[in-house]
Write a protein that binds this ligand. Structure first.
Ligand code: AMP
Length: 371
C-alpha cells in the first residue's frame, strides 16, 4: 500500500504484465507498419513512460513526437481538454500513431481527432496502454490497446494523482475501502475526547463518544437520557445492553463513514465482544485500540479543572471521580488483555502537550494504514 497526498493506493498491475502487453502491442503495430516509417505521437504528460518502453520494444524504423493535453484534476476528469503543445510539424502524408497512456471517457480522443483532422496525415491510428472500454463513449474505434481495465482510478507508470505517482514502475489502484476503526482507550481524563477531535479531522473519521451521546440525551430529556442519568451522576457505568444498542445506532447512522474513532466504548468485555460481532456483521473490524496512559493524580487534576468549565457533575466531586476509576480498573482495564491477544493493543504516553500526544497517536495510526 502506498500513500499519495491524502489517498491510499494498492498494487494493481505489475511491471512484468505491463512490459508483456507492450511487447505484444509493439509487435502487432510493427506487423502493420514495418514497410514504412510511422510517426509515434505520445500524449503528454502521462504517456512518457509508455512511449519510452514502447519505442524500445518497437524493432523497426520510426519517429517520435509529442502533443500535450490536460484534462484530469484530482480524481475526476474535468471534462475540458486543453491543448498545451500542438501537433508536430511535417506530418503531412505520414502515418501517425498516437500513443496514449490511458483512454477512459474518450474526451481526449475526441480532442486528438479534432487536432489531427485539420492536418493532411496519410493515416491516423490510436494506441493506448490502458483502455477502460466500459466507460469509453467515443465514436472512434480504438485501434490498439495494451490492456483493458475496469473503471478504477489508477496511478503509476506515468499516471498521476495530482502530479504524484508518475514515477512508479507498476500501476496502483485507489484503495477505497481502507477503513480504519480505532478504539481510544484510557481512564477518564486521559484526553480521549480532545485527541479524537484532532484525529477525526486528520484522518476523516467519525468520532463516537458514548459519554457525549448520553449527555446529549440527558440534555434533551429523552428516555435514554433519563435512564442513563442516574448511573452517570454516581460515576457508575450505564448497563451494557443500553450502551451497546445506542452505539450500534450511532454506527448505523454513519454508514458512509470512512472509519470510526470509538471513545469511551467499549468499557466492558461484554461491550468489546458485542462490538466485534456487530462490526463483523458489517464486514468491518477494529484495527487498533490505542491507550492514552497517565497517572491518577494527573487525571484527577485534569478532571477537576474540566469540571469547573464543563459543569459536568461527575467531574466536580473527587469521590465520584475515584468511583469512575474503580469502575475502570474493575471493568474496563481487563480489555487490555482482550485486545492484546488479538495483537491490537497499543499504548501511548498521554502526558505532554496536546500536539505531542496527537503526533504519538498519528504515528500508530499511520503504521496501521501502511500495513
Ligand atoms: P465519559 O464522557 O466517556 O467519561 O462518560 C461519562 C459517563 O457516561 C461514564 O462515567 C458512564 O456513566 C457513561 N458511559 C459512557 N460510556 C459508557 C460505556 N461504554 N458503558 C457504560 N457507561 C458509559
Amino acid at each position: 500500500m502506498i500513500k499519495l497526498h491524502d489517498k491510499y493506493f494498492k498494487p494493481f498491475i505489475s511491471e512484468g504484465e505491463i512490459q508483456a502487453a507492450i511487447k505484444k502491442m509493439a509487435d502487432s503495430i510493427a506487423e502493420d507498419y514495418k514497410e514504412e516509417v510511422p510517426i509515434f505521437v505520445g500524449v503528454l504528460n502521462g504517456s512518457f513512460m509508455f512511449v519510452s518502453d514502447f519505442l524500445k520494444a518497437y524493432q523497426h524504423p520510426c519517429e517520435v513526437s509529442f502533443v500535450r493535453l490536460s484534462s484530469y484534476q484530482g480524481l475526476t476528469s474535468t471534462g475540458i481538454v486543453e491543448t498545451l503543445l500542438d501537433v508536430p510539424e511535417n506530418i503531412n502524408g505520414r502515418s501517425v500513431i498516437i500513443l496514449e497512456d490511458i483512454i477512459d471517457t474518450g474526451r481526449t480522443v475526441k480532442k486528438l481527432i479534432d487536432l489531427f483532422s485539420a492536418t493532411n496525415v496519410k493515416e491516423f491510428k490510436i494506441a493506448t496502454m490502458f483502455y477502460k472500454s466500459e466507460v469509453y463513449s467515443g465514436e472512434y474505434d480504438i485501434d490498439y490497446f495494451g490492456m483493458k481495465i475496469e473503471d478504477k482510478f489508477i496511478v503509476g507508470y506515468g499516471l498521476d494523482y495530482n502530479e504524484l505517482g508518475r514515477n512508479l514502475k507498476e500501476v496502483y489502484q485507489l484503495n477505497q475501502k481502507h477503513m480504519i476503526n480505532i478504539v481510544l482507550f484510557g481512564k477518564p481524563g486521559a484526553g480521549k475526547g480532545t485527541q479524537a477531535s484532532f484525529l477525526k479531522e486528520k484522518y476523516n473519521l467519525k468520532h463516537i463518544s458514548t459519554g457525549d451521546v448520553f449527555r446529549y440525551n440527558i440534555k434533551n430529556g429523552t428516555e435514554l437520557g433519563k435512564l442513563a442519568k442516574s448511573y452517570i451522576d454516581k460515576g457508575d457505568l450505564v448497563p451494557d445492553e443500553v450502551t451497546i444498542n445506542m452505539l450500534q445506532d450511532e454506527v448505523e447512522k454513519n454508514a458512509d463513514a470512512s472509519g470510526f474513532i470509538f471513545d469511551g466504548f467499549p468499557r466492558t468485555t461484554a461491550q468489546a465482544k458485542a462490538l466485534d460481532e456487530f462490526l463483523a456483521s458489517k464486514q468491518m473490524k477494529i484495527d487498533a485500540t490505542i491507550a492514552l496512559e497517565a497517572n491518577d493524580e494527573e487525571l484527577i487534576k485534569r478532571l477537576l479543572d474540566r469540571g469547573k468549565i464543563s459543569g459536568r457533575s461527575d467531574d466536580q466531586d473527587e469521590s465520584k471521580i475515584r468511583n469512575r476509576f474503580e469502575e475502570y480498573n474493575e471493568k474496563t482495564a481487563p480489555l487490555k488483555d482482550y485486545y492484546d491477544i488479538q495483537g491490537k493493543f497499543h499504548s501511548v504516553n498521554g502526558i505532554g502537550s496536546i500536539e505531542d500526544i496527537t503526533s504519538r497517536l498519528a504515528k500508530v495510526i499511520e503504521e496501521l494504514q501502511e500495513a
